[in-house]
Design a protein around this ligand. Structure first.
Ligand code: ATP
Ligand code: MG
Length: 553
């Protein structure tokens, strides 16, 4: 598929193939099924699949499902769907939970080698004993337990003899290590919980730092690509692979995680937005999830092109969300049909147009792609225009409709505003206009010029439609910024006006539109037919992105 350009991870792979360290590159994408995938995961997917692909290697999809408390098959299924939709095919599908027996054996091996012990300290005590960056840790009194006692206790942990938190298994490394991760990390904990895959078979579960290197080694992963927060865990990763006597020795390589402005990306926060009703599910179009972006109308190509543009590096500054919009605009420009929709309707009666007559006008489907052909749009005595395209008392340089002024209706005629009808509250409810039959589009009329062109929809045949316009979900620019403010959580920065819903009309030829059809509405931007809210009676359009951008690559 798409090429990732040169980068430091690829350089390591090239070197390893040239030196004969590996003859095939094997990577994995290892999500924990505790939420839906987001745009940050897309980056990890593209790097893992993209790099292996460039060397004819293989990539596994592995569910890192070692924490039964937070995981669910709903997430497993959504993750599979999203990876496929992004355009990737995994070679093997694995669940870390399938290795629980193997992991248990490796833990027993550590105990036998005197490299692991059962600890009775509480979680708080363990934290306290761990020390800080500036002070060394303190050894647990249970650290001196004999191998026999540890083997016995660990087995009894497995057999369910102890309550949650009563005991843990810890690696015996070095409580004085400057790297806190090496101060006897917990590698197994007790959790009496039903696991989505193994059911009630286990009540002890391996911790990420122990499980992950074993998973990689079991699968013969050559390059274990992860984000930079795990850099300090690399010595522990290598320790586990070494001391557990794994045949395969995967190499962990870190890259900078993707951050995007005006959103949050941690699954914990995304889940909170869903659970507390700030959005309508993980696939709400305002969410940075793959399913939300898909529902909004992003294409896999636009996401891949965006991620490729952000590059592979160790840094992780926030990327402007406008860059994402840029790539979807670019992708849809030549693909999507153009059409007209009225988001905020104002009725216009063309008084000199014959009553009962409907004529069909020709319009191009996409002027930039003549091969897409033409469409027919009806025109009659009654049309809708946008409320915003009329002003009773316009400022200078307002070129749209106002009393006495003439504008062009896109693909149709010039009309002139003759009369303004208001309701009892003084609200404008209808305009009376006249049209000039000589000014029909495409006839080469040059008699006079008008300065404004507005869009419209014929009223009697129009199709009702709902338009959903989105603004950024989070007001603050970056995730770090909104984490930093004291006494506040990111929820205080949720934009209360991130969704505007409007009821309007679209051209009759839109009646047959299907979920996920994408259009460019003249002057309004690109829209996607919403798969969740569209019914046989009503089309619902999500605005993907407006037409204009100040963003430059
Ligand atoms: P979160 O912090 O959102 O909960 P996570 O890292 O816990 O994400 P995992 O399911 O463990 O989520 O992630 C699977 C893979 O995706 C990991 O290798 C992780 O490093 C990578 N990943 C997660 N978020 C990002 C991101 N923002 N940019 C790049 N890679 C990411
Ligand atoms: Mg994680």
């Amino acid at each position: 598929m798409d090429n990732l350009g040169s980068n430091f991870i690829k350089d390591v792979m090239i070197k390893d193939l040239e030196s004969g360290k590996h003859d095939k590159i094997i990577t994995r994408f290892p999500p924990e099924p505790n939420g839906y995938l987001h745009i940050g995961h897309a980056k990890s997917i593209i790097i893992n699949f993209g790099l292996a692909d460039e060397f004819n290697g293989k990539t596994n999809l592995r569910f890192d499902d070692t924490n039964p408390l937070k995981e669910d098959v709903e997430y497993v299924n959504s993750i599979k769907e999203d990876v496929k939709w992004l355009g990737f095919e995994w070679d093997d599908l694995f669940f870390a939970s399938d290795y629980f027996e193997e992991m248990y054996k490796r833990a027993v091996l550590l105990i036998k080698k005197g490299l692991a012990y059962v600890d009775d300290l509480t979680a708080d005590e363990i934290r306290e004993y761990r020390g800080t960056l500036t002070s060394p840790g303190k050894e647990s009194p249970y650290r001196v337990r004999s191998v026999e006692e540890n083997l016995d206790l660990f087995e009894r942990m497995r057999n369910g003899e102890f309550a949650n938190g009563q005991k843990v298994l810890r690696a015996k490394i070095d409580m004085k290590s400057p790297n806190i991760n090496l101060r006897d990390p917990v590698i197994y904990r007790i959790a009496h919980a039903t696991h989505h895959n193994t059911g009630d078979k286990w009540c002890i579960y391996p911790m990420y730092a122990f499980a992950h290197p074993l998973e990689d080694a079991i699968e013969d992963v050559t390059h274990s690509i992860c984000t930079v927060e795990f850099e300090d865990q690399r010595p522990l990763y290598n320790w586990v692979v070494e001391q557990c006597e794994m045949d395969s020795k995967p190499q962990q390589i870190e890259f900078g995680r993707l951050n995007v402005t005006n959103t949050v990306m941690s699954k914990r926060k995304l889940k909170q937005l869903v659970d507390e009703g700030f959005v309508d599910g993980w696939d709400d179009p305002r969410m940075p999830t793959i399913s939300g972006m898909r529902r909004k109308g992003f294409t896999p190509e636009s996401i891949r092109n965006f991620v490729r543009e952000t590059g592979v590096s160790k840094g992780s500054g926030a990327v402007d969300s406008q860059m994402l919009e840029h790539f979807v605009r670019e992708d849809l420009k030549l693909k999507s049909p153009r059409t007209m929709g009225i988001l905020n309707p104002l009725k216009v009666v063309i008084t000199n147009y014959p009553e009962g007559q409907i004529e069909l006008l020709d319009a191009e489907i996409n002027p930039e792609v003549p091969e897409m052909g033409t469409r027919k749009i009806p025109f009659s005595r009654e049309i809708y225009i946008e409320k915003d395209d009329f002003m009773e008392n316009p400022p200078a340089k307002y070129f749209r409709l106002f009393p006495g002024n003439e504008v062009r209706l896109k693909n149709a005629y010039f009309i002139k505003c003759e009369e303004v009808i208001k309701d009892v509250n003084g609200e404008v409810i209808e305009l009376r206009c006249t049209y000039d039959p000589l000014t029909k589009s495409g006839t080469g009329f040059t008699g006079r010029k008008v300065k404004g062109t507005i869009h419209w929809v014929e009223a009697t045949n129009s199709v009702p439609a709902e338009f959903r316009l989105y603004e950024p979900l989070i007001l603050d620019k970056t995730e770090d910024e909104n984490d930093a403010e004291e006494g506040k959580t990111f929820l205080d920065n949720v934009n209360p006006e991130s969704l505007v819903v409007l009821q309007g009309f679209v051209e009759p030829n839109m009646r047959e539109s299907r979920p996920h059809d994408k259009f460019q509405f003249f002057r309004h931007g690109y829209f996607n037919v919403d798969p969740k809210h569209t019914t046989v009676d009503k089309l619902v359009f999500n605005r993907i992105v407006s037409l204009k951008s100040s963003f430059k690559l």
